[in-house]
Design a protein around this ligand. Structure first.
Ligand code: BES
Ligand code: ZN
Length: 629
């Protein structure tokens, strides 16, 4: 077992408990005990003001035959002296036994609520500091995808976890709320021939012989929100990019991954120059098999990435900038509840733009801002007013907060603040924001108060210009939102017009010299209704049905399907059966379903083939799309 440092012995009610960083690890911080009380999190059963989990120690074996993880979790806790129980979140876990450092104890599992799972209440006695829970996960745990050999590049089985937002409770019994920061360590037994990696320090690069396979040990010494704890097991190899950066991937994917990720070290340096030191040691990425449901996931020290970002020309690497930026916005300073997820995603999207600007110039960042503006306009047209506020209504599902509002309106808010107060002042503020709130939860109210105190400082004219409350709490866009421009898109607009309004040949457009964002802008701004001959002309001019860039292909297929363009069906089927990224998968099924008798049979036929290869999260979403009609 890993030596664990002594954790808080005193109760939570004790004032000003001192931080307990050890001298051997000066780069990590432990300020959990000095946290102010947490806002109520309706997505967790935990009652952290009475008793909370400080540390999770996992000892699990991956059983690929049964598709379960089994073993034990030992939790180090702090409790108020009068606390009689601690409440954890679990969902679908088979709890076999619970004991504390003082022996057997009483425990009960309460009523399960859809999506939230069930409370596991464990009786506490004075002196109970460690709780060991023997358990196994369910084969359909929402956080885990067990891949068959046919779903991986190596032809070997693969497992990965995805905790955000509230799925960690399906693979580890703990308090699954982003305000409750926990350190962790783990011992994971993987089958011989496969390697385990985690979003943590890897203590045994080659594993150790163990009953039933090889054991890998890990530890995360910074307190993190537990949705960031993640695990992957597969035929994995590592290649270095820089001193502290590198790529994990299946062997046949590694070289392409290393090519695409060549700028990673420079990205970390650019990020540090903006907002201060990277506090997590290494920054590596793991390229997952194509069923990974997201573009990327900012698991600390080890970002998880979709292989669909491998464009062959590094044109989609802003995805890495985004996940890296979360090492500050999200992983250091964390939304305390999911209705404030713009504090994670909006800040990160703003930060991503700054890294992009530093590495690739202002024009590329401007292009992204223009594409984002269109997304915001679309969101304002289509989603309910209540969901257009940055601080979302609490009753919104925790999995339902990834719209253009959270990401792009959030980022536009910060760009507006930057414009109004000036870049030097805004940069200095953000840097101090990350420093002062490092390893702490954040709320919209707390951020606004902090910004007022440090920047506005009672300047009534500035306060009025900023419209802070309108941005945070009102739908739509406040009047100080400014539409961004990108010089390079003027030419794109010209060729859209040339083709769409004047019947010009698409081939006149300098497609070959355009980058990915110009191509996307072109496809996104073409008229939504096109004739068969026009679609034929587009397809043959640019070979759109065979485009390798997933973002460009997606934009083309969306346009083509909404016009019932028959020749796009085969590439749609190829795309939908070769990857499972929700951002592409959901809208394409929606586009097919929207086309009545023309599209619906295709949606059902393709889904019947593809469903088993999708992640549980994406299956759930597409089940609803394909069932509705
Ligand atoms: N943290 C998110 C992924 C996420 C959001 C998982 C909500 C679960 C619930 C990640 O940082 C992200 O934003 N990924 C984006 C890519 C990004 C470039 C916009 C994605 O997956 O598309
Ligand atoms: Zn993000």
């Amino acid at each position: 077992m890993i030596k664990r440092r002594t954790l808080l012995a005193a109760g939570l009610a004790a004032p000003a408990l001192s931080a307990c960083a050890t001298s051997s690890a000066p780069d990590y911080v432990d300020n959990r005990a000095s946290l102010p009380p947490l806002p109520h999190d309706r997505h967790s059963h935990a009652r952290p003001d009475e008793a909370r989990v400080l540390h999770v120690s996992l000892d699990l074996t991956a059983n690929f035959a049964l598709k379960i993880l089994e073993g034990a979790a030992t939790l180090t806790i702090a409790a108020r002296p009068d606390a009689r129980e601690i409440v954890l979140d679990i969902d679908g876990l088979d709890i076999r036994n619970v004991r504390t450092n003082q022996g057997e104890t009483q425990w009960t599992i309460g009523q399960r609520r859809p999506e939230l799972g069930a409370p596991l209440s464990i009786a506490l006695r004075p002196g109970d500091r460690e709780i060991t829970i023997a358990y196994a996960t369910s084969p359909d745990a929402g956080a885990l995808q067990w891949l068959e050999p046919a779903q991986t590049a190596s032809g070997k089985p693969f497992l990965f976890s995805q905790g955000q937002a509230i799925l960690t409770r399906t693979w580890a019994p703990t308090q699954d709320s982003p305000g409750i920061r926990q350190t962790y360590d783990a011992r994971i037994v993987a089958p011989e021939g496969l390697k385990a990696v985690m979003s943590a320090e890897m203590l045994t690069p080659n594993g150790e012989a163990s009953e039933g396979g090889r054991a890998y040990r890990f530890r995360m010494r910074n307190p993190v929100p537990i949705y960031l704890m993640s695990l992957a097991i597969g035929d994995l190899e590592f290649g270095a990019v820089g001193q502290r950066t590198g790529v994990w991937a299946e062997p046949s994917v590694l070289q392409r991954g290393l090519f695409e990720c060549a700028d990673m070290e420079a990205m970390v340096r650019a990020a540090e120059a903006l907002y201060g030191p990277y506090r997590w040691g290494r920054y590596d990425v793991l390229i997952l098999p194509p069923s990974f449901p997201y573009g990327g996931m900012e698991n600390p020290r080890l970002t998880f990435l979709t292989p669909t970002f491998l464009a062959g020309d590094r044109s989609l690497v802003s995805l890495i900038a985004h996940e890296l930026a979360h090492s500050w916005s999200g992983n250091l300073v964390t939304n305390a509840v999911w209705s404030d997820s713009w504090l994670n995603e909006g800040f990160t999207t703003y930060f991503e733009g700054r890294i992009t600007e530093a590495l690739y110039g202002v024009e590329r960042a401007a292009q992204q801002n223009v594409l984002a503006w269109a997304e915001i306009q679309e969101a304002i047209r289509t989603i309910p007013a209540d969901s257009q506020r940055l601080h979302l209504p609490e009753e919104r599902g925790a999995e339902d907060n990834s719209s253009a509002i959270v990401y792009e309106k959030g980022a536009l808010f910060l760009r507006t603040l930057e414009r109004e107060v000036g870049r030097p002042r805004f940069d200095a503020y953000l840097r101090s924001y990350f420093d002062r709130h490092a390893f702490q939860p954040m709320t919209t109210a707390r951020f606004l108060a902090d910004f007022r105190e440090r920047v506005v400082q009672g300047d009534a004219a500035l306060e009025q210009r900023l419209q802070l409350d309108a941005w945070a709490f009102e739908p739509g866009l406040p009047s100080n939102a400014e539409e961004p421009r990108a010089e390079s898109f003027v030419e794109v607009a010209h060729f859209v017009d040339h083709f769409a309004s004047h019947g010009g040949a698409p081939a006149a457009a300098p497609w070959e010299t355009w980058g990915t964002y110009e191509r996307q802008r072109y496809l996104q701004t073409l008229p939504r209704t096109l004739a068969r001959a026009q679609l034929d002309a587009l397809e043959s001019a640019f070979g759109l049905n065979n485009v390798g860039n997933a973002e460009v292909l997606f934009d083309w297929l969306s346009l083509a399907l909404s016009n019932r363009y028959e020749p796009a069906l085969a590439p749609t089927e190829r795309f939908l059966t070769s990857m499972g990224r929700g951002k592409f998968v959901r809208p394409l099924y929606r586009a097919l379903m929207a086309q009545g008798d023309w599209g619906q049979p295709h949606a059902r036929r393709i889904y019947a083939r593809a469903r088993a290869t999708y992640h549980p999260i994406v299956q759930g979403a597409v089940d609803r799309i394909v069932a509705a009609s």
